[in-house]
Design a binder for this molecule. Structure first.
Ligand SMILES: CC(=O)SCCNC(=O)CCNC(=O)[C@H](O)C(C)(C)COP(=O)(O)OP(=O)(O)OC[C@H]1O[C@@H](n2cnc3c(N)ncnc32)[C@H](O)[C@@H]1OP(=O)(O)O
Ligand SMILES: CC(C)C(=O)C(=O)O
Length: 556
């Protein structure tokens, strides 16, 4: 095989539609479009193993629970599984009154007849048919010119109208897709669709759905929006037509293409949950819906328990959702990096329950989609003091004072660098215990007695020192000063903080003390106890023990 010197010369650039007076860039999406899920059709046809009846039913129920009102349930003329599934939905009474099922067929009479057979007895159904209209498909797939391809659409439409008229017990809706619309000359797509409109004779009360797929995404999303606006301006009976869009993600811009298309006048959006679908997938309906949500627009779909939806979808599709997938991925509400964690922690502290959402780096409140805050901040070697403090606060009610956060973050940093791994809240807490709460050498508090008279505190303290018991005694203005006075060496208290952990009978006191031994850098200690004085004594001994140990290590 001879290779081209420059393979990019193999590809034809996209030819945009001329629309210099486009209006869509100034539009804002202020209401939800009509949504159609094609998970059970476009999604299903792209799976390694298409869903069986059980999986299809579980998925259908999930879509209904999410609030989808139009659901493409299959391609009944393609397989017995799809045919039987449509029968089961109808005969088993599984379709709620406010939900309409839709099925797809090629524009071929035998397949259309089989499609109608599958829908027997349905209260309401949309028959969706398609044929490709783009130049290469006309030539390669159909071996037809423009007139031939238009004739396929018209003839199939006529068959559908006839078969529907023979089954008046069903309330019929119709959808036509000029497949590969985005690669079709837009004026030719309008010509074919106008011919189809003439066949179906839609009215404002009984609209025809014209679905304009970016079957293969082939240009930047603004070009697709231009095509949609152009189409909307030129199509006959605009008031009797619903313009639907169906984008794929070949260039990675399926979401943008759908959003710009809605700005350009599309009424309806087809897609799949979490972006399953042919090749790089259909547009993700969850992303589109939650994008609206973050703009203050009700998406009319319920993702308040997004992880339950994801679980069902993953089980049915047998495909995992990417950890970075918008809104739902395992990592999308998680900050590892220090500056993000710092801002998020401050944001949470300042966020009022009923105020507009303003927590930095979190475009959505994870709680709104059923996520807890546990995963928001995770600590590794890229993290800073804010994230560590956040985890200790959230999980253990421990609020380290600022200077202590700085000191302890260095301890955590050493550990994450050593391990090269993430540290969980429990591991960080264990490190805190080991470093501060278990700092009991050389001095371990055994018991203490405190007397307070005439503004003077006197402390008698029993301490275990390297296997021996020592008794210390001190008097001063307050209990902590009395303890300092009792110590066998001079200690300067630099800083002191305390707070309670929990409430009621189980409440505990946490004390944080920063001390300095002569000639040493200041160090912290922590004490936690039911009794606030005991907590402060433990904190002081913890700080002293750390300072003595470090001084000894330095001297050695
Ligand atoms: C973009 C999309 O996602 S479109 C939906 C695609 N989904 C699927 O194809 C899944 C289900 N499909 C199937 O199970 C099968 O393709 C069937 C049952 C529909 C048809 O199977 P077959 O009869 O074996 O035909 P096959 O799939 O090979 O289709 C090719 C024939 O259909 C014609 N054809 C293709 N699309 C269409 C169409 N939309 N309308 C009319 N004819 C079409 C082709 O020109 C070709 O005709 P030829 O044999 O005369 O050259
Ligand atoms: C049948 C059509 C709507 C389709 O799936 C596509 O073009 O991607």
């Amino acid at each position: 095989m001879t290779m081209l010197k420059d393979p990019s010369q193999k590809y034809r650039p996209f030819t945009p539609v001329a629309l210099p007076d486009r209006t869509w860039p100034d539009k804002v999406i202020d209401k939800a479009p009509i949504w159609l899920s094609t998970d059970l059709r476009d999604g299903n046809q792209s799976l390694i193993e298409p869903m069986d009846a059980e999986k299809k039913m579980a998925f259908f129920k999930c879509l209904v629970a999410v609030g989808l009102k139009e659901i493409e349930v299959g391609f009944p003329s393609a397989s017995q599984t799809d045919f039987d599934f449509v029968r089961e939905l109808i005969e088993g009474g599984h379709i709620p009154d406010d939900v309409t099922i839709q099925v797809l067929t090629q524009a071929r009479d035998d397949l259309i007849e089989r499609t109608f057979e599958s829908l027997k007895g349905a209260k309401r159904a949309i028959v969706h048919y398609y044929n490709a209209c783009a130049p290469s498909f006309r030539r390669i797939v159909f071996g037809q010119d423009k007139a031939g391809v238009k004739a396929i659409a018209v003839a199939a439409g006529q068959t559908i109208v006839r078969l529907a008229a023979e089954r008046p017990e069903t309330q019929w809706g119709f959808e036509y897709s000029p497949e590969v619309f985005s690669s079709t000359e837009t004026d030719f797509a309008v010509e074919v669709c106008n011919a189809v409109i003439a066949v179906f004779a839609p009215t404002p009360a009984n609209k025809l759905i014209l679905n304009l797929p970016a079957t293969i995404e082939c240009a930047t999303p603004n070009n697709y929006a231009d095509q949609i606006e152009w189409f909307g301006r030129h199509i006959d009976r605009r008031d009797s037509v619903l313009i639907s869009v169906h984008t794929h993600n070949d260039r990675g811009t399926g979401v943008a293409a759908s959003e710009l298309a809605v700005m350009a006048g599309a009424d309806r959006v087809e897609g799949c949950l979490f972006g399953n679908g042919e090749r790089t997938g259909n547009v993700c309906l969850v992303t589109l819906a939650l994008n609206l949500y973050t703009q203050g627009v009700d998406p009319e779909l319920d993702f308040s328990d997004i992880d339950a939806v994801r679980k069902t979808v993953e089980e049915c599709n047998q495909l995992p959702v990417h950890p970075r997938h918008p809104y739902v991925g395992d990592l999308v509400h998680t900050a590892f990096s220090g500056s993000h964690q710092d801002a998020i922690r401050k944001g949470f502290a300042q966020q009022k329950p009923d105020a507009l959402w303003e927590v930095p780096y979190l475009p959505i409140d994870p709680a709104d989609i059923g996520r807890d805050y546990e995963a928001v901040i995770r600590v590794n070697s890229q993290s800073g003091k804010g994230g560590i403090a956040f985890l200790l606060e959230q999980e253990y009610g421990i609020s380290l004072p600022r200077r202590m956060q700085i000191e302890f973050s260095q301890v955590v940093q050493r550990e994450t660098d050593r391990l090269g791994l993430e540290m969980s809240a429990a591991q960080i807490h264990a490190l805190l215990e080991q470093e501060y709460l278990q700092a009991k050498s050389p001095y371990a508090l055994v018991s203490h007695k405190l007397r307070e008279e005439d503004g003077t505190s006197t402390v008698d303290i029993k301490v275990a020192v390297e296997g021996r018991t020592e008794h210390w005694h001190g008097t001063a203005k307050g209990p902590l000063e009395a303890l300092v006075a009792s110590l066998p060496q001079a200690v300067e208290i630099m800083d002191y903080h305390e707070h309670s952990i929990g409430a009621g009978a189980n409440a505990k006191a946490a004390s944080y003390i920063e001390v300095r031994l002569e000639g040493q850098r200041p160090l912290h200690g922590i004490g936690i106890d039911e009794n606030i004085t005991t907590a402060s004594f433990r904190a002081l001994l913890s700080a002293l023990n750390r300072a003595v140990t470090q001084a000894q290590a330095k001297a050695a």
